[in-house]
Design a protein around this ligand. Structure first.
Ligand code: PEP
Length: 260
């Protein structure tokens, strides 16, 4: 199923951590390292908190001009509405205006603590696509769902809501992230074989709708990725990179993951 033509992505989800100066420094350091990297590297995207998008975008710009990669900017969420009276929400066009190329959609922390349903996640995904952002759709099962043997059912239901609204075509310029909830921030990583099994299920589901789109789709693994386990995960045929939380705030470990 896996094809050799998918460029790896490593994404750093900074969640609600840090403050302006620390995140600017993190971004500037990453940009400088990336620009100096001569060999081919994966795409790198960072997802800072909303208030720091512009500051981080500027700090990332300081790394331009080298021979390496430019680090891209993403947001952690997007409104399902295009504009209007939606206090506290941020639209896709506002994110693009702040320099974002990517947006996370349906992160398990938002599904759990903000009550985001599959249907709402699908509307956000559609809004990102129509706003020319690259959505990174997060799916994943809880520990009790895994223990009950329901992993495939859960991730296919989450993916299915988006496929139903946007079709396989919606994934032409999108990425998928398999993030088992029990592995996020716990230090308990899925084994490469466990992750590969779910990635293959997800890719096959898209392939049933459009084999070409499925073959080119980047599917990231997220859940306690570290420098020490990244290479084994990324060696799997259907794992095309990582969505990294905690370790993306550690410049040395994040760089180890990027170059894994
Ligand atoms: C995440 O926030 O999406 C994540 C995978 O976190 P961590 O790497 O800390 O488990």
């Amino acid at each position: 199923m896996a094809e050799g033509c998918r460029c790896r992505i490593v994404a750093g989800n900074w969640k609600m951590h840090g403050a302006r100066a620390a995140l600017e420094a993190l971004a500037a350091g990453l940009a400088a390292r990336s620009a100096a990297q001569a060999e081919s590297t994966p795409e790198v995207v960072v997802f800072p908190p909303f208030p720091y998008l512009s500051a981080v975008n500027q700090a990332l710009g300081t790394g331009e001009g080298g021979g390496g990669i430019a680090v891209q900017l993403g947001a952690q969420d997007v409104s399902a509405h295009p504009q209007g009276a939606h206090t506290g929400e941020v639209s896709a066009s506002m994110l693009a205006d702040c320099g974002c190329s990517h947006v996370l959609v349906g992160h398990s922390e938002r599904r759990a603590s903000c009550g985001e349903t599959d249907e709402l996640v699908a509307r956000k995904f559609a809004r990102a696509v129509s706003g020319s952002l690259t959505p990174v759709l997060c799916v994943g099962e809880t520990l009790s769902e895994r223990n009950a043997g329901r992993t495939a059912e859960v991730v296919l239901r989450q993916l299915g809501a988006v496929l139903e609204r946007c079709g396989a075509d919606g994934f032409r310029n999108a990425a998928l992230a398999y993030e088992p909830v029990w592995a996020i921030g716990t230090g308990q990583t899925a084994t490469p074989e466990q992750a590969q099994e779910v990635h293959a299920i997800l890719r096959a589901a898209i392939a049933r709708a459009d084999a070409r789109i499925a073959a080119g789709l980047r599917i990231l693994y997220g859940g306690s990725v570290k420098g020490a386990n990244a290479a084994a995960l990324f060696a799997q045929p259907d794992i095309d990179g990582g969505l990294v939380g905690g370790a993306s705030l550690d410049p040395e470990d994040f760089w180890r993951i990027i170059t894994a």
